[in-house]
Ligand binder design. Sequence first.
Ligand code: SF4
Length: 342
Amino acid sequence: MINEKYNIGKTLTGLGLVSGGLDSLIACHIMQLQGINVIGLNFISPFCQYNRESTNVECNLDLFKEKLGIKIYYLPLGEDFLELIRNPKFGYGKHLNPCIDCRIYILKKAKEFMKRIKANLIFTGEVLNQRPKSQHLRALRIVEKEAGLEGRLLRPLSALQLKPTIYEEQGLIDRKLLLGIKGRGRKIQMEIARTHGLLDNYYACGGCLLTDENFTNRMNDYLKFHKKPKIEDINFLKVGRHFRYKNTKIIVGRNEFENNKLLTLKKPSDLIFEAKGVPGPITLVQEDYNKNSLKFAASLTLRYSDFNQLKGQVIYGTDYNNLTKEMTIEIENDKILKKFLL
Ligand code: SF4
């Protein structure tokens, strides 16, 4: 796909931040058309809604390799990202999405990575004004300044709407071959994708759970009760119904997939509840619990099981293959149960 006509930047290696979506695919392609050797960097985020096992959302990082021959490196978000969510310098979007801080964080990591692999520049698939709160001109400037990339962050899709980077000024990148896209539409990107045989139809990639209202409630609760948040804990927040009963966290599986997932995620200290003798959810009880919160968890377990009477039994313990404890419980009414739903 590299157009040999354009060989201005032939010796440069560009590190592209790739999400798996259309914009970053086209940005990489545009850079290759300049003769840039492109390497991709993708951040593995627990907040990415894409999950091959449980969603139908498409995200196609394979295309980068298949169509453009790009090697992609993967970096996980660290616990410091969770601290950033707790206290973002530039605030939140509509929900718990600290988009400006998130971009800065990612670019700082990318900058370190760029040095490690000896790339010459960083570029992104950002499009001016594509997202009203985080991709307006001022936000783009803040991001590059705070990331220590002032004048050095190339955005090939919107470059003609922005001040030239030093690479353009020095003639290392040919500005005439960059684009001036702005706004939410994907028409130009799709035209390029079709013309160059990269893609036939537009697909929306993933999405971020921090922009989801329900997830935001769970995440806020998690941060409130965990002074040292852990990336691996975020996986719990994506499964089941969540209840906060004082200092106890209770998670109730909604189907077989979630029941199995909860059993896989379960920590050694978590308690597992199950209705006795009838099909029903796996319930996990976490953090501090006492007699009352265990009763509440038992009640929830029966409520969401196939049990159809007011009083019944649950079994529980820390080992799913050996739930030795038993409790007889009356199911609380729904209004009370749902008061604790996150
Ligand atoms: S939507 Fe999520 S992943 Fe995207 S910039 Fe905002 S916080 Fe980061």
